[in-house]
Design a protein around this ligand. Structure first.
Ligand code: AMP
Ligand code: MG
Length: 399
């Protein structure tokens, strides 16, 4: 039987990853969340005709002067009288432009003494003035439902006084690491034991995708222990992630235990390298991912399938990592029978180097990459300069 394609697996997962319900959040805790309701502007922006420069507020009809300086208005202040013809007011950036004036000439284009100012260049009506309501009108939508709260949008919400907002609830998630060989981070492994590194990778990926990890623990390769850990986790979470135990080994019991706990399998195995043994199912609205145990396989399928599902649950409209085409910096030989996510070093605008690593168990090799190159199945050898599709995690490019 043909293996399920990456696109088909993605479609089946995304069909079940429905955004969670809205909840109220303090704006101060809403960074990265997705807005679940429009937020309207509480007053015109700017709320008054705002000086955009430090200089003199004048009437453009007065020409270059000399004009009599009748006052000064700082940001946060106001000039209460109406400015008459032939007069000017010293004004600072962010201050309201006084009645009777219609432009601001910046200090650099003036000469002045204590009483008078002369403009070295005339001003146009409205020059250096942001008109009241010119950016946004009272009652207009400042940030729409569905928008992810970037820092700029957070700033806009602060400016309209939205102290609490409606956001899509963050998915609650559990990570169960299966494997008799695993020990905790702080424990000393015996001669045939290893530390549970998958939890480090998937925990970070899930949190960065917007999930709240509420439970993480190790589970022995034993059906009754696995079943009770699954049952306990499913009492608490929207998404259950297991690692290990989904291959064909004698002690790979995860699939049967999930089914016994009422989880319906959607697929087992995908046409991808690394990560073929991926198991995916659901129990009602709860999603369950059985990631392969091999550290690189686990990390790759978490990036490709789990992260976009979590972003979607958290309300993201475009949950997939960006892909770019980059020219290959050195030839790459070796064709695979499956679509392959190859660890790579990407330099945007320059090119990509594919890494020869030791395969799906080589976490050190994988950790030296900053991107994943996507190679089609049965691809030809790639020459230097060939355009390669690369999946980008902008944070990984930082160093
Ligand atoms: P499995 O998928 O359970 O057959 O495991 C495949 C390989 O991945 C074995 O070499 C395991 O020891 C290793 N492995 C499984 N789980 C983890 C984990 N949480 N951290 C690091 N390596 C793991
Ligand atoms: Mg195992």
């Amino acid at each position: 039987m043909a293996l399920l394609s990456i696109d088909e697996a993605t479609a089946r997962i995304q069909a079940l990853a429905v955004p969670l319900e809205p909840e109220t959040s303090a704006l101060s805790h809403a960074a990265g969340r997705v807005l679940a309701a429009d937020v309207a502007c509480d007053r015109d922006q700017p709320p008054f005709d705002r000086a955009m420069m430090d200089g003199f507020a004048v009437s453009s009809a007065d020409g270059v002067g000399p004009l009599r300086v009748v006052g000064i208005v700082p940001a946060g202040g106001a000039y209460d009288a109406v400015v008459a013809g032939g007069e000017a007011v010293r004004i600072m950036t962010g201050a309201p432009v006084p009645a009777g004036t219609d432009a601001v000439q910046m200090f650099e284009n003036t000469t002045w003494d204590d009483d008078h100012v002369t403009l070295t260049a005339p001003v146009r009506p409205g020059e250096n003035v942001a008109r009241r309501g010119s950016e946004l009108r009272e009652g207009a939508v400042a940030v729409p439902s569905g928008a992810r709260l970037t820092s700029a949008r957070l700033g806009l919400l602060w400016s309209v006084g939205a102290a609490t907002v409606q956001v899509v609830r963050a998915p609650r998630l559990a990570i169960l690491s299966t494997g008799d060989e695993l020990v905790e981070l702080a424990d000393r492994p015996g001669p045939s034991q290893i530390r549970d590194s998958n939890r480090g990778v998937s925990g970070d990926l899930c949190r960065r995708a917007g999930a709240e990890v509420v439970l993480e623990r190790r589970v022995a390769d034993d059906p009754s222990a696995t079943r009770s850990a699954i049952a306990d986790a499913l009492d608490q979470v929207d998404v259950l992630v297991l690692t290990g135990g989904v291959s064909a080994g004698d002690f790979d019991v995860v699939g049967q235990c999930l089914r016994a706990e009422g989880v319906e399998v959607v697929f087992h195995k995908v046409d991808i390298r690394p990560g073929k043994p991926l198991w995916f199912g659901h129990r009602g609205a709860q999603l369950v991912f059985g990631l392969p145990g091999n550290p690189v396989s686990s990390a790759v399928v978490a990036r490709v399938f789990l992260v976009p599902a979590l972003r979607r649950l958290a309300g993201a409209q475009r949950p997939h990592d960006p892909r770019v085409l980059l020219p290959l910096r050195a030839p790459f030989r070796g064709t695979g029978d499956r679509p392959t996510y190859q660890p790579a070093i990407a330099e945007l605008g320059v090119g990509v180097t594919l890494l020869r690593t030791g395969g799906s168990g080589d976490l050190p090799g994988f950790a030296s990459a900053n991107a994943l190159a996507i190679l089609p199945a049965r691809h030809p050898d790639f020459d230097a300069g060939s355009d390669i599709e690369v999946m980008i995690d902008a944070e990984a490019l930082l160093g």
